[in-house]
Structure formats: C-alpha cells, structure tokens
Design a binder for this molecule. Sequence first.
Ligand code: G6P
Length: 735
Amino acid sequence: MISVLVLLFTLVQVRQEKERLTIDLQRRSALLGESLKESIEPLLEKERPERLQKIVEKFGNRERLAGVVVYDVKDKLIAATPSLSAHLSDPPAFVTHTMNSDRESGEFFQLGGKEMYLYTLPLHREEGVAGALVIIHDPSYIQERLSLIWNDSFIRFLVNAFVISLMTLLLIRWSMAGPIAKMAQWMKHLRTEKKKSPFRLPSARIFEPLTREVTQMATSISAAREAAEEEARLRNTAESTWTPVRLKEQVCTLLRERPLLVISNREPYMHEKKEKKIGCLVPASGLVTALEPVLKACGGTWIAHGSGDADRDVVDDQSKIRVPPEEPQYVLKRVWLTKEEEKGYYYGFSNEGFWPLCHVAHTRPSFRAEDWEYYQTVNKKFAEATLEELEEGGEPLILIQDYHFALLPRLIKEERPDARLALFWHIPWPNSESFSICPWQREILHGMLGADLIGFHTQFHCNNFLDTVDRTLESRIDWEHFAVERGGQSTLVKPFPISIAFPGQTNASTANSATRPNKESLLKDLGVKAKHLGVGVDRIDYTKGILERFKAIELFLGKYPAYQGEFTFVELGAPSRIHIKEYHDLISAVEIEADRINWRFKTKEWQPIVFLKKHHSHEEIRPFYETSDLCMVTSLHDGMNLVAKEYVGARNDESGVLILSQFTGASRELRDALIVNPYDIEEMAEAIRTALEMSVSEQKVRMQAMRETLKNRNIYYWAANLITALAQVRLEKTS
Ligand code: G6P
C-alpha cells in the first residue's frame, strides 16, 4: 500500500518537474531565438551566408545549446552548427509547418539516435516569412533531474519502509509479546506455586477471549489439584470429610451406569434477555445453592421449569441445554408451563397454599380448587417429562425436590416401579392438626408415599410427617425404623440436614478466596461511612422476619445511641414471587420500614439501614459475607436456611458473628451462633450489641466450631447420605 502511494506520488512529482523544465527550456529557447533573430534576419536580407554561418557557429557553443540551424523559405539549409548539418540537411516537418503557419513551436526530436529539443522561430523579410531559425538544446539534463527525483523517492521509500517495519515490530513486541509473556508467567506461577499468582493477566480487549479461557482452565486445574490433594490428605489422615471426588466415586459405585435425575420447580440457571443480549443468572434459592454442587460432581439430568424469558432461545429441540454455561457438567431439561399453569400450580397452590401451610409464620394459606387442578396437571406434566428421560436407562435414581411435586412420586412409581424415588422436602412440615386444614391432604400424602424415601431437614419434621400420615391415612407407621407401610409399599422417612459446598471444596470459592474486600470501600460505594457492618441476605419473603430484624436494629440504636453513626445494616433482598399480593405488599412494607428507621436516625454521612432491593449474584454477596461484623438470619420459620451456612463458610478469617433464629433448621447444627427468637425484638437488639462487642477470641472460638461442623456436614455429605439411603431402601426390599 505504502509502495503504491510512494509510486503515485513520485509519478506526479516527475510529471510536474518535466513540465516545469520543458516550459523553462522553451522559454530560454524563445529568448535566445529572439535575440539571434535580430542578428540573422538582416543577414538573410543581404544574402550573406558566410556571415550567417559565423554567427551560428559562435552561438552554437553556448552551454547546453547543441546548435543552431537556419533554413530559407524553400527548406534549404543555409547555415548550421557543423556537427548538425549532416543530420538536419532537410528540415523536419514541424519546421516547414512553423514557416507555413508563421508561429513559433518547440518539439523533442531524435537526432543521430539522441533526443534533442528543437525550438523553431519563423524568420521574416519585408515580404513575409523568409526562413526558419531552429535552436537546438540538449535536454538530457531534464532526464538526469527526473532520474534524481526517482532515486530520491526510492531512498525515501526504503527509509520509510524500514522505519515502519521497525515501529510495527516494536509495537507487536510491546503490545503482544509483553502480555503473552505475562500470561506465561501467570500460568507458570500457578503451575509451580499453587497460590494465587501475583502476576496480572493482560486486560486489553484483544486478549479478552484468551484471558477468559485461560482463567477458566486455570480455575479448573487448580480445583482439580486441590481436590486431588484434599483426597490424598484425607486418605492419609483417614478423615471422613466428603468431597466432590469422593461423592462422585460413591455415586458411580451405587448407580452402576444407571441415570441420576433431579427434579425441581426452580431451575439452576435462568436465561434472561437484557438489552437485546441473553444473560444467564443463578436464581436466589436455597435448593439451587445446595443441589448445583451435587450435579456438578455427579453429572446427570436436572429437570425444571423453564421460567427465564430467554430460556427457549438457548435449548435444543428436546428443551435441553448443558450447564454450567462456562463449563458444562450436566444436562438441564426445561419443562414449559402456560401462564395459567404457572398461576395455578406455582403461585396458587404451591406458594399461597403449601408454603404458608408448612411455615408457621401466621400467614393464612389459600386453597382454591382451580389451583389444585393445575397443581395436578403440572405434576403430571413433570411426570411425563421424567418418564421420557427414563426410556433409555433402567432402574434410575430420581431425586424429587420440594413441595411443588407432592404428587410426582406416585405418578412416576405407577409407571416405573423399578425407579428408586426420593422426595426431599426443603421446607418444614407442620403438626398434623395444622396440616389437616388442607382439603386435599389425603391425595397429597398418597402422592408423597409413592416415594421410597422421604427426607426432611430435621427429625422433628419427620415426626410431624409420620404423625400426619398416621392420623390421615390407613397405614402402619414403623416408629422403630421411621417408615410408613402402605399397600405393600414401604417409605422410609429420614432427616438429611442440607448444606453448602464448604469453600475450598468448590471451584468458585477457590478462585475468589484470595481476594478479600475491604469493609470501608464497600460501605463507601453505598454512600455510607460506618465502623461496623451487619448484613442480611434473603428472598423478600414473609417467613424471613425482615421487618422484625429492622425493628430490632431500631431498638438497638435507640437503646445504645453510641452506635448511631457507627453501625450500618445492609439488607440484600431479592424480590420473590411478586405476583402474590403478600409478597408484593411485603416489598413496600420493608422499604417503608427501612425509610422510617433511616429518617429517624440518619445523618449527613450515615444511615442505619441500606436496603438493596435486587437479585444479587454469589459474587456480589460474597464481599458482604466476608467483611461484615455480623450476619442476621431471623426467619420466623425455615426448613434449614443456607444463608446462615454460607456466612459461616465465607469466614475463613474465623471472625464475625452469626445471629440466628431458633426457628431455622440451621440452628440445630450451628449452635455457636447467637440463637434468637425473632418474635422477641428486645432479645434481637441485645444480640446485635453482644455481637458487636464480642471479643475477637470468642468470635474465633465460635466461628471455628461452626466451620468445623460445616466442613464435615457439607452438601456432599448430604448427597452421599441421601443417595446411599435410597440405594439401600431398594436393596432391603429386594433381598
Ligand atoms: C425455598 C424453596 C425452594 C425455592 C426457593 C426459592 O428455598 O424450598 O424450592 O426454589 O425457596 O423460591 P422460588 O419460588 O423463587 O423458587
């Protein structure tokens, strides 16, 4: 490209120079001719050829002048520079033409094999044109000048090409070789040092895809290495901690190539349209938090309601997609529901009926026959979607999740008696009297008892369930083994306290644990200056005791004014089930309450409550867990509550205090939390003060104990127990 430009530029320059020099030559020839003419014309008149010849010879010696020739009007040569007379004895045609037209002219002409410039002027006598004077110049200097221009351009081109190549080379070295070397250093450090690399990966846009892949690969490699080291360590010390690798091995042994299926209403990944792009988010759900690591470890198929507005755009023709998006490890199969089905089954029966029925939170359940119809229809729809998956493999293990699918175990069992079915109930089970208000209690229990194994978080809920069955259905309760015998089928009812993947046992936490954020900057981003930080993470749900928590904060600040301006509580609240009036109203109630309390206490730079109403990703929540002085879980009733466990899991600095409702399943395990009754506002306010004033050493003792519990009773332990129990139920029956 550059060469073409240089060539064009030189061509133009040469043309212009040639033109200029020719005009100059023509001008000089004309001037010379004019002055010669004055001496020649009188001699022509007097017909003195020898005199004419002398003048011609004298002029012919001038610099660059090759010679002079004079013709008479009959084209006869009458005087000429001697060296030219032989070549120009006859005039060239344009000389004759000049005489005929009586007009001066200049031409380039080949003379004796050499190019010359001939300038012809008509000579006059009184009667008119009497001959022609030809001034002949050697124009070779023009050619020399033009060659010089060509040479100059060529040299300039060479210099430019050299400089550009050098600069390109330097640029490539600086912009590519540097970052690539950095990347290599980063990877080498990771390979040899095992710690987070102090080198930074190049951030330039051009490297983005490469950086993303390299980071992903490094994360997987270091997770695999950690898992292998953990396994080796456990083998050496004969510890019993469950890891993904150990779970995978156990499940493989139990499954022996048979498929593993998980069914839940909520899907682990939702695809949503955002500004014309499709994004993927992990919904706020304890169930998803718990089960995702299990599927990642064991593989299998997860069947769930496709509720994201872009869910259909990304699945294949069987409504399937492999997830997690960044590193696919299992299949997600989406089931599509109509608006009416979603309204009746999900919003209606599940969340306005079952949810308040099972949670003692004093919100009255609504039972509508129409919702019940849809609940049955959707359970059938999920049964069909599951049975479709079973066609290929025999004797599958199926883990059905939660209150959305009470009828599913029976529907599947009737079609596939060989399937091993577990139903895990993530929410509490009320006492039999409370449950009896449900008009379809018999159908529900009958559906549930299609499972071989029913799991709850606590023994208390198992007992409530067994008691409910005992009072509602004709059956035999085996209180010794906690089983129900009915119609020739046995259902074991056991507690399996669900948990989290303890950090260090999952990819995500490994990748991020090294970067601990800073409390001040976190608060600064929220526009608040405070010394102490408290955090709450919830779906905005009436069972979570958010209003009670805020009241306790208000009471605490009123009772201990020294903390005004010092303590800020950040509530990360994810709007949930917003088409249900109670949930919709609750969001406004929480906002109004936060506003009221803030208005009462706030100063220019500080406010007691920051309510962040949106869905937060795990990555957004983690810094709050890691830096807050306390975390409040104040559910009025909760099956387990994994926020409590996540907070403890995130505190690898062994500080921070957990304030935990006595009505959560988690309070049975995390006994070193400050256990509170969320209905007792005074007690919660005191707990906040105790937490903020607790010595570092006491925090450490408590946190260490809770972390130890979680390390052993992690989600892999839960899954291993549940799946093993399910496999054994079958063995017992067939033996
Ligand atoms: C509870 C239930 C889950 C549910 C989650 C979120 O944890 O036990 O089944 O997924 O709440 O509620 P959502 O209605 O948004 O799925």
